[in-house]
Design a protein around this ligand. Structure first.
Ligand SMILES: [Zn+2]
Length: 278
């Protein structure tokens, strides 16, 4: 009796959730011409199977409903800007949860609401203390940044050029949203939220690949560059830390899948296990 009641209650809950999600999707629907223009600018998205594109469009609508966009220093954010960000941000979570639970996929981005767009790179002041305890200050140019609790900052110049920049396996939106996913469980360690046994395996594989990557990047700097060898697929910035290595590897995984598969088969298998679960 209790079992039957529980099952009826679960069905009722699932129906209610679906009704709420389809109401939001309809209210925040991405208009056809805007959707087509966005796809035209993002070849690595446009090539996805039709079914994935439909799912991505729905996910992007839900994403737009859950986030607040603003422009910095007079930059005016239009629907086209917001959709360009939403589509790229939703690519990593497209197959992370069952198709009927897009809310679970989006929960990975729950840690913040605000997204601030700047026209171009932002000069940020930095202060740090070196190994000898000496304080330094300076500035660095940023194209994206996350801070705990938000907002997330992005340079529109790089968001807009994502189609062209994909040739260099670069994608600022994916990079920052991978960081968001990484810190979702409170630890910025290069591993998205998962059970502890899987986490150990993930981090061990990532660490091995990270060390090989640093060696290969150094060898390329010393010899390969001079002899005209093509640049490594993953951005050398990945050598900064395991977190950055995760973020830049994921950029290559999502925008240059074929080349990534050739160069990093172990990472491909591990990423597929997490990002392509459903
Ligand atoms: Zn980063």
């Amino acid at each position: 009796m209790l079992k039957a009641w529980l099952s009826r209650w679960q069905t009722w809950q699932a129906d209610r959730r679906l009704a709420r999600l389809s109401h939001i999707t309809a209210r925040r629907a991405i208009e056809d011409s805007l959707w087509q223009n966005t796809l035209a600018a993002l070849p690595f998205v446009a090539g996805l199977p039709e079914q994935d594109l439909m799912r991505l469009r729905q996910l992007a609508s839900l994403f737009l409903d859950s986030k607040e966009f603003s422009g910095a220093q007079g930059f005016r954010v239009t629907d086209a800007h917001a959709v360009m960000v939403a589509v790229q941000a939703c690519l990593p979570i497209l197959h992370i949860a069952p198709p009927c639970r897009p809310d679970l996929a989006l929960a990975l981005y729950d840690g913040f609401v605000g997204i601030v767009l700047h026209a171009g790179e932002v000069k940020a002041r930095r202060e740090w203390i070196d190994e000898d305890g000496i304080a330094h200050s300076g500035s660095e140019l940023l194209t994206g940044e996350i801070v705990e609790g938000g907002p997330l900052m992005l340079a529109w110049s790089d968001v807009r050029a994502a189609g062209e920049l994909a040739k260099k396996s670069y994608n600022v939106v994916i990079h920052e949203f991978i960081h968001v996913m990484d810190v979702r469980d409170g630890q910025a360690d290069g591993c998205p939220p998962m059970a502890s046994t899987q986490r150990r395996l993930w981090l061990a594989t990532l660490q091995t690949e990270y060390e090989q990557f640093i060696e290969a990047a150094q060898a390329w700097q010393r010899f390969g560059k001079l002899s005209g060898e093509s640049e490594p697929l993953i951005d050398p910035y990945g050598g900064e830390s395991l977190c950055e290595f995760f973020a830049v590897s994921a950029e290559a995984y999502f925008v240059q899948r074929d080349r990534f598969a050739q160069a990093h088969p172990k990472l491909l298998e591990m990423f597929d296990g997490f990002f392509k679960k459903f």
